[in-house]
Design a binder for this molecule. Structure first.
Ligand SMILES: C[S@@+](CC[C@H](N)C(=O)[O-])C[C@H]1O[C@@H](n2cnc3c(N)ncnc32)[C@H](O)[C@@H]1O
Length: 507
């Protein structure tokens, strides 16, 4: 909303315009009069000044008073009506209705400044998990992701005890110390995010206690982030009553800026960085060699398709790191965990194989006419299980902003007790249902996942813990002294350029 001085400025313009008219109207007869009486040039000038002082200045003051009455006291409607009638009788336009050109230019430049200051609204496609608490909801079908959070609990605790310095958060005896801000990026609808936040806040509390600062723990603020289409109502409905933090929702894509500069002390993200912000355009372009016809993922697709996914992933990760580098305070911490494909042997099963199975179910449904072939061709799942090597390369490229303190591959099979077919299928259904409904319509969802369950039974290796090479990469990254980057422009440019090397166009 524009909050500049729209009315006062316009009224100033009116006063100037009106003043000139009055002066002109008065001066014409006065000048005629003085000519008739043969007054000298000096006398004529003095007469003009005198008339100006006598009529115009009081006119101005009267006008100004009436104007401010109208602006400041809407109740004084009569004053405004008088002015309006007067203005109309003088065939003047009301300034509120027609700003002058100069004024229009000033509004334009104010808007331009505001636009530059605005948080950039991203054009991400949104793939929120199934909301609510029904039988197919994410809240009821995320036990596997919970296993990942439990599996990295020890690492999170260790990371905080080694790298979170409570003294940095104590400012003498200042009662108004700033809160510790923690962001959980890609939190979904719960409850897993609550377990993660509990682990983190308790570890912070312990850290203060072990430094003898138990009585000086600042307030803790948790910022729950997810896509705008996420079901934040379910999340906040189930917020734990026993918690030691204040909770806030921050909707939007984590691939862009979400928080003010240098405000986050700790960032956590679990099982979310594997989602692409958007599908690469070329995979649905029939003229492109990366067109992914008849499949819904890069698994078993031509190399060009996998390359297109990988390029988008590098771009997203680059944007993610770039945004966090600005939002984290110096020495801030990022605790990230996301699935990686760890296929080494021929006998290993690539976790992305699951999408090949779901893809064949859709193709089968197209063959019997339940859905159209074109619909299948234009549908792709925006999820990637990158290789550890690819992730390391990306992270190595941003050592200007972050130092990677610790990277550990957690074996999926040690964290999760692999479920029944039904739980396995529901796991994917909770994640994919939203985008399938959006693309094909809600009526196909039951049939699709029934077919998928049959395929999983036909291909049991997909659930075999020893063969499925889905692992979790846990990274603890510590922001370097970002403060100097923010203060010093050319560092900022260096950093942008550095990220540009990763292949994205933020500069
Ligand atoms: C599998 S869920 C993980 C939820 C939770 N962290 C957990 O461990 O249970 C992935 C979440 O990441 C969110 N997500 C994916 N891409 C995102 C993005 N670019 N910005 C914000 N959230 C995103 C999805 O909406 C989804 O809620």
């Amino acid at each position: 909303m524009y909050t500049g001085e729209f009315l006062p400025k316009s009224w100033v313009d009116l006063k100037i315009e009106k003043g000139h008219r009055v002066l002109y109207l008065l001066n014409v007869p006065v000048l005629r009069f003085s000519y008739i009486f043969g007054a000298s040039r000096l006398k004529r000038s003095l007469i003009i000044l005198f008339t100006y002082a006598l009529f115009c200045i009081p006119g101005f003051l009267l006008h100004h008073t009436m104007t401010s009455l109208m602006i400041n006291h809407p109740i004084n409607f009569m004053a405004s009506s008088v002015i309006r009638t007067l203005s109309q009788s003088q065939r003047m336009q009301l300034p509120m209705l027609r700003p002058t050109r100069m004024h229009a230019l000033s509004i334009k430049s104010d808007l331009e400044i505001m636009r530059q200051q605005m948080v950039v609204v991203d054009d991400d496609e949104s793939y929120a998990m199934k909301g609510g608490e029904g039988p197919h909801s994410y809240a009821k079908n995320s036990i596997i992701q919970k296993g990942l959070i439990d599996g990295s609990k020890r690492l999170i605790q260790e990371a905080i005890s080694q790298s979170f310095d409570p003294k940095e958060h104590i400012h003498g005896n200042d009662e108004s110390s700033t809160p510790i801000c923690i962001a959980d990026l890609g939190c979904s609808t719960g409850p897993n995010t609550f377990f993660a936040m509990q682990t983190i806040t308790e570890a912070i509390q312990l850290q203060f206690q072990s430094h003898g600062l138990a009585s000086q723990i600042p307030d803790i603020q948790v910022l729950f982030n997810d896509q705008v289409s996420n079901d934040f109502n379910t999340l906040f409905k189930n917020l734990p009553q026993q918690r030691i933090y204040y909770a806030t929702a921050v909707p939007g894509s984590f691939c862009g800026r979400l928080f003010p500069k240098q405000t986050l002390h700790l960032v956590h993200s679990s099982a979310a960085l594997c989602w692409l912000s958007k599908l690469p355009n070329e995979i649905t372009d029939s003229d492109s060699s990366a067109c992914n016809k008849g499949r819904i993922h890069y698994t078993d697709a031509p190399k060009e398709v996998a390359d297109a996914y990988a390029t988008q992933y590098r771009k997203d990760m680059g944007n993610f790191l770039h945004a966090r580098a600005q939002e984290l305070v110096g020495n801030g911490l990022m605790l990230l965990q996301f699935p990686v494909s760890n296929v080494v042997l021929d006998s290993d099963v690539d976790p992305a194989k699951v999408f090949e199975l779901i893809g064949t179910c859709l193709v089968d449904m197209a063959k019997v006419g339940v859905i159209s072939e074109e619909k299948v061709d234009s549908f792709n799942v925006p999820l990637i299980y990158p290789s550890v090597k690819a992730v390391k390369e990306i992270l190595r490229g941003c050592d200007e902003c972050f130092s990677i303190e610790w990277m550990e591959i957690l074996e999926f099979k040690n964290m999760v007790s692999l479920p029944t077919v039904q739980i396995f299928v529901s796991w994917f259904r909770a994640a994919l249902q939203g985008m399938i409904e959006k693309h094909f319509g809600a009526e196909i969802v039951d049939e699709l996942f029934e077919r998928f369950a049959e395929k999983v039974k036909e291909f049991p290796d997909i659930m075999d813990k020893d063969k499925l090479k889905l692992d979790v990469l846990f990274e603890k990254e510590q922001a370097k002294a970002i403060g100097c980057v923010i203060q010093c422009e050319h560092h900022q440019i260096e950093r942008n350029c550095l990220l540009l090397n990763l292949g994205f166009d933020c500069c």
